[in-house]
Design a protein around this ligand. Structure first.
Ligand code: NAP
Length: 337
């Protein structure tokens, strides 16, 4: 059977969860597409990389199998693969080095999948056009709301609609902290509790200051509204200034405070993006989103508003891994047409 060879650039939580999920759906892929999926390259930051054209058994990986000298670009430039999956950590301020990884792979004629929102928030149009000009697929479903098919919904299901507005709650950390504070837990204790539960990072400032939400809003607007903005263009306020008094005052008026993301085009067609703590009515959709839920509403000229809600799922990382797998399945659908 013909092989479809995959290089994983970044092999942390998402990379490993994706490798496991790929094994679970290997038979399905072989049956549906007549292709045997195979991981032929892996790159990490500290352990180095592996290139094996005959395939890598990801269930039996040991440190000795990695070559410390092999960097990401070595695996991308010299590996034998058809699809590169970019899963290195995000740099919200530059989108690098992931953008360079993606560019290299596209220039070499490889299809690309990423879960890293950095390149979509900083260089989407350039990467999309490069892929288009080369007749390649560039997919990024897991960059916003994990495995929820947000881009797919708009690009494939809402064909022909023009997206005029996007809004939602896109960051779990801030939603969790605000929810805990409503119950009387302090800001610091809420962050600590989130760390204990494993979804708040050691340095939570990118979440709390609204950068993560801004990068996600930027990614959504760049892709769905065909604009060219960066996270620096978003009017951004984090939740650091929200006090228990503010939340109590909101509750007294039958309202809640949520970190809302909102993007639209003004009367001149210019993109406006705002991330800020916002008063919402208790009956609003935003108000009923508990800590680990997120949602996005898209407004289209032909349908009005459509909303997708992401619920918690265990193991949570599989939600993201599915976003990557769904991109792979779409690429296989395209290339076997
Ligand atoms: N985790 C989630 O739930 C989630 C959800 C949606 C999107 N994402 C995005 O998915 C991506 C991966 O997330 P993750 O949770 O898997 O991160 P992670 O656990 O930190 O793993 C990152 C991987 O990238 C490797 N790496 C770091 N710098 C590298 C470089 N310059 N070249 C090659 N490899 C490098 C790391 O190496 P070491 O193994 O040596 O550390 C590690 O293997 C991120 O962009 C993240 O924003 C994650």
């Amino acid at each position: 059977m013909e092989k479809i060879r995959i290089a994983l650039i970044g092999y942390g939580n998402v990379g490993q969860a994706f490798a496991r999920m790929l094994l679970r759906r290997k038979d399905y892929i072989m049956e549906k597409f007549g292709l045997e999926p195979m991981i032929t390259g892996i790159s990490t930051g500290r352990r180095g990389g592996i290139i094996r054209s005959e395939g890598i058994d990801t269930t039996g990986l040991t440190d000795e199998m990695f070559n410390k000298e092999l960097k990401a670009l070595d695996v991308i430039d010299f590996g034998e693969y058809d699809i590169m999956v970019e899963l290195t950590p995000i740099n919200i301020m530059t989108g690098q080095p992931a953008t360079d990884h993606i560019k290299h792979a596209l220039e070499l004629g490889k299809h690309v999948i990423t879960a890293n929102k950095g390149p979509i928030a900083w260089h989407y149009r350039e990467l999309r056009d490069l892929a288009l000009n080369k007749g390649l697929q560039f997919r990024h479903e897991a960059t916003v709301m994990d495995g929820a098919p947000v881009y797919n919904l708009v690009q494939e299901t809402l064909m022909g609609c023009k997206i005029t507005e996007v809004k939602g709650i896109l960051n779990a950390t801030t939603n969790f902290v605000l929810t805990e504070m409503e119950k009387g837990v302090s800001y610091e204790e809420a962050i600590e509790e989130g760390r204990k539960q494993g979804f708040v990072e050691a340095d939570a400032s990118m979440d709390l200051d609204g950068w993560d939400a801004s990068a996600k809003l930027t990614a959504l607007m760049n892709v769905l509204m065909d604009v060219e903005i960066t996270p620096l263009d978003i009017r951004r306020t984090g939740i650091g200034g929200v006090t228990k008094g503010d939340l109590d005052q909101a509750a007294a008026q039958g309202k809640k405070i949520k970190l809302l993301c909102h993007g639209w085009l003004d009367e001149n067609g210019q993109p406006i993006g705002v991330v800020e703590p916002t008063l919402v009515d208790q009956n609003d959709l935003a108000a009923i989103m508990d800590a680990t839920m997120s949602y996005v509403t898209v407004n289209t000229d032909l349908t009005g508003e459509m909303t997708m809600i992401e619920h918690a799922f265990e193991p949570e990382i599989d939600h993201t891994a599915y976003g990557v797998l769904s991109d792979l399945l779409r690429i296989l659908t395209e290339i076997t047409r």
